[in-house]
Design a binder for this molecule. Structure first.
Ligand SMILES: [Zn+2]
Length: 84
């Protein structure tokens, strides 16, 4: 039996060459169910939909860990200055 050279995407339902699918070792066949284009579109959609939530989470993290974050940034710059 020869391995199929194309695979059907579960989202756009097109038969696409295997290199249009990301590798996914957790799935049977070792490839993602959705093609790269669909994955990209879904990620963009999700980002658009959850943008506020994502930004809020970042802002909340920053508010809670403000000193830590600032310290890390300061240390980073100090190290850089010492190196040069
Ligand atoms: Zn697709």
């Amino acid at each position: 039996m020869t391995a199929p050279l194309t695979k059907q995407c579960t989202r756009c339902e097109l038969d696409l060459p295997l290199n249009e699918f990301h590798r996914d070792p957790f799935r049977a066949g070792g490839l993602a169910a959705k093609c790269k284009t669909c994955r990209k579109e879904l990620a963009a959609e999700r980002y658009q939909r959850d943008k506020e939530q994502i930004l809020k989470t970042c802002a909340a993290y920053y508010a809670q860990h403000r000193t830590e974050v600032l310290e890390r940034v300061n240390t980073y710059h100090r190290k850089k200055r010492e190196q040069s």
